[in-house]
Design a protein around this ligand. Structure first.
Ligand code: PLP
Length: 421
């Protein structure tokens, strides 16, 4: 299953401890396959990107078709049909009030763009505000802005000199809602706050921590009262993961800025979008070139990626995706029942298609040995899960069947047997 050492440097990988990578040659549905034909069940949608399933035919067909027509074109001064289709299609389905779409390439860049839009807005309207607020335990990517607004810890300690200060709002989990709202209110009242960035309803890399739609609605209300822009980072939560197309829908809120990536193309190719209100776009609209939104990357709105995203939008329109999500959510819920009364686990929880639970071990936390041990244990059983320390979560593609879920949960139970003895 493994190959000799290679010159490739892999992400979030300690090569000394994990020298060999598993080569994957093909994928279909919820399955990855090695060149030798070993199959691995993808229980985390390949880092939360694959929504309908790997190599989903209509998306693959759109990529192939576009690749025969237009590979790439500079996006300053030029446009193309797939980008226009995606932008209009997104505006039909996102919360009301968002009216402009800026493309980039990853969740991290979508967040950088969002932060720059917020600061640019305040500067261009002649009321420069400088402070950014973020939720405790948040994760927003690995670029400098994304790391700055994310929780500080082992992931970003070496890069600390590059990071800017942000105001932290306590995580508004069960019983801490009031704390969060009071701190937000107090910090906003001090003034100079440009924006609050949040992951709506569930903090992904922070440990699959959930909070209620009501508190999200309240956070938005406090922001509105102080004119603070709300940035909803839906990079993980978007595209049905939380049970609705976007998590913000469950709180009935419309953010001022929204970040999308991962499932935007069904998870097939990289593309991101940062959506904003007319007020933010118009603050950058001027005969004064200094008010331009100064952001680009070479591959902004790559036509092939946009064709994949346009096909994904069609899939959502034409296929019963919401029903598939509801079924997967129910199947996930059914399998979690046994774990709720299992003393080896605690805090079993579900939001939409995502489940998470903590394995009771003395040595928890992200760097705890239990994480890599479980990871290897699951892989030996042909299941890809990547626990966050002792937090095991399941976030499969929407095509995952009840039988396939059984394989995943049997592996989790066996993992607990093996590691808690
Ligand atoms: N924001 C959130 C909420 C995420 O979960 C992630 C990645 O997991 C990112 C941003 C960064 O996205 P990317 O890895 O595509 O840069």
């Amino acid at each position: 299953m493994t190959k000799p050492r290679s010159p490739v440097w892999h992400p979030f990988t300690q090569h000394m401890l994990q020298p060999d990578m598993i080569e994957v040659a093909r994928a279909e549905g919820a399955w990855l396959e090695t060149p030798g034909g070993t199959r691995i069940l993808d229980g985390i949608s390949s880092w939360w990107v694959t929504t309908h399933g790997h190599c989903y035919p209509p998306i693959m067909a759109a990529i192939q078709e576009e690749a025969g027509k237009l590979d790439q074109v500079i996006f300053a001064g030029f446009t193309h049909a797939p980008a226009e289709r995606v932008a209009r299609g997104l505006l039909d389905i996102v919360p009301n009030g968002l009216s402009h779409v800026f493309f980039s390439d990853s969740g991290s860049t979508a967040v950088e763009v969002a932060l720059k839009m917020a600061l640019g807005y305040w500067r261009n309207i002649g009321e420069p505000r400088r402070r950014i607020l973020a939720l405790e335990h948040g994760y927003h990517g690995d670029t400098i802005g994304g790391m700055s607004v994310g929780a500080r810890g082992v992931f970003n300690a070496p890069y600390e000199p590059l990071l800017f200060e942000v105001g932290r709002i306590p995580f508004p989990g069960n019983g801490h809602e009031r704390d969060a709202l009071e701190v937000l209110e107090a910090v906003c009242a001090e003034g100079d706050v440009a924006a609050l960035i949040i992951e709506p309803l569930i903090l992904g890399a922070g440990g699959m921590l959930v909070y209620s739609p009501t508190v999200l609605e309240d956070l938005k209300r406090v922001c509105d009262r102080h004119g603070v822009l709300l940035i909803a980072d839906e990079v993980m939560t978007g595209w049905g993961r939380t049970g609705t197309l976007f998590a913000c829908e469950q709180a009935g809120i419309a953010p001022d800025i929204m970040c999308l990536a991962k499932g935007l193309t069904g998870g097939a190719v990289p593309l991101a979008a940062t959506l904003c209100t007319g007020a933010i776009f118009e603050a950058h609209l001027s005969t004064d070139r200094a008010k331009t939104f100064f952001h680009s990357s070479s591959f902004t709105a790559n036509p092939i990626a946009c064709a994949a995203a346009a096909a994904n939008l069609e899939v959502w329109k034409r296929e019963p995706v919401a029903e598939r999500i509801a079924t997967l959510g129910q199947n996930q819920a059914d399998r979690l029942v046994a774990f709720r009364s299992d003393p080896r686990f605690k805090a079993a929880r579900r939001l939409g298609t995502i489940t998470a639970l903590e394995l009771e071990v003395r040595d928890s936390g992200y760097l705890a040995e239990v994480g890599p041990k479980l990871y290897r244990f699951f892989l030996e059983r042909g299941v890809l899960l990547r626990p966050l320390g002792n937090t095991i979560y399941v976030m499969p593609p929407y095509c995952t069947t009840a039988d396939e879920l059984d394989v995943i949960y049997q592996a989790i139970s066996a993992g607990a047997d093996a590691l808690t003895q």
